[in-house]
Design a protein around this ligand. Structure first.
Ligand code: HSE
Length: 336
């Protein structure tokens, strides 16, 4: 499988690293031989149709900040997507929740050029889900986005594949690691909001623009993706009632604790109602997960309640979901 990797930040490098490290077992277990033929960032591209040296690419990017220094191709991501022979585009540029760009353009260009897409990018999915899915169908290519919600937590595939046949009545949970980390630290160590936010940024889990996390937009984007992809809705982020965590204080958490509760930023989708808001959660609830963990509770007709917990952010964790989508595409393409 020839792959174009667009975006070489924390997530893009995580994907390259995991592919490089797992080469042998991927071939043995799945007959899967991924070859990254191009890596693009805003400086240009590194291209090698025989497969790039991923260790070297990561080293150059980390040393100089620019992938163009690998072998100096001043091509834009769109030019690479349009002109280079490849099977799949992995879109890993930073999320933009207001415009969905540049990821939306990358994804549509990939489809138009007959390339499958795997992405972790929430912006285009939360804003243009229907348009993207329709375009992938029109061009007969696969579109997978497990990494966009809950990082390593296999939430979309769990619902669509493992819980197939169930009616999913509602999904609620904690879908943002940054705010969960902040609330957990404020509760445990009585630290103020800004100090903990800084720590979350240092951990590399916060968005490039952390206001997306703390005002609830990141959770809202994920709720929209779940509503559309799992529950067959056609929503955008404008349909979500959103409140973030900026008003929560260590004192509020202490008070909640005294009555057997904690406060969590909960996202919920049910019957055309999409909400993100801080809620009281019982201390012994399965939704009371700590630190950067994410959790989701499905309410279904047959299986009843199903709860899944996992790491919602991080380079390797997100790469885990991207890799599973790539393997899935490889296996499906082989069936054809
Ligand atoms: N900023 C996001 C979070 C990253 O904190 O959960 C993963 O989507």
């Amino acid at each position: 499988m020839k792959i174009i990797l667009v975006g070489f930040g924390v997530i893009g490098r995580g994907v390259a690293k995991v592919i490089d490290e797992k080469r042998k077992s991927l071939k043995e277990k799945y007959g899967f031989e991924p070859k990254i033929v191009a890596i693009c960032d805003s400086s240009g591209a590194a291209i090698d149709e025989n497969g790039l040296d991923l260790k070297k690419a990561i080293e150059i990017k980390e040393k100089t900040g620019k992938i163009v220094n690998y072998n100096g191709k001043k091509m834009s991501s769109v030019e690479v997507i349009e002109n280079l022979d490849a099977d799949v585009v992995v879109e890993a540029t930073p999320t933009n929740i207001k415009t969905g760009e540049p990821a939306k353009t990358h994804i549509l260009k990939a489809f138009e050029n007959g390339k499958h897409v795997v992405t972790a990018n929430k912006g285009p999915l939360a804003l243009y889900f229907k348009e993207l899915v329709e375009s992938s169908e029109k061009h007969g290519v696969m579109f997978r986005y497990e990494a966009s919600v809950g990082g390593a937590m296999p939430i979309i595939n769990l619902a669509k594949e493992t819980l197939a046949g169930n009616e999913i009545k509602s999904i609620k949970g904690i879908l943002n690691g940054t705010t969960n980390y902040i609330l957990t630290k404020m509760e445990k160590e009585k630290l103020d909001f800004n100090t903990v936010l800084k720590e979350a940024q240092e951990l590399g889990i916060a968005e490039t623009d952390p206001s997306q996390d703390i005002y609830g937009y990141d959770t809202a984007a994920k709720i929209v993706i779940l509503a559309n992809s799992i529950m067959g809705m056609n929503k955008t982020i404008d349909d979500v009632k959103i409140e973030g965590i900026t008003r929560i204080t260590p004192e509020a958490l202490e008070l909640a604790n005294k009555s057997g509760y904690t406060i969590k930023l909960i996202g919920e989708v049910k019957k055309n109602k999409l909400v993100v808001e801080p809620r009281l959660v019982q201390l012994d609830s399965p939704l009371n997960v700590k630190g950067t963990l994410n959790v989701a509770m499905f309410n279904t007709d047959l299986a009843k309640e199903v709860v899944i917990v996992g790491r919602g952010a991080g380079a390797t964790e997100t790469a885990s979901a991207i890799l599973s989508d790539l393997i899935n595409i490889h296996l499906k393409a082989k069936e054809k």
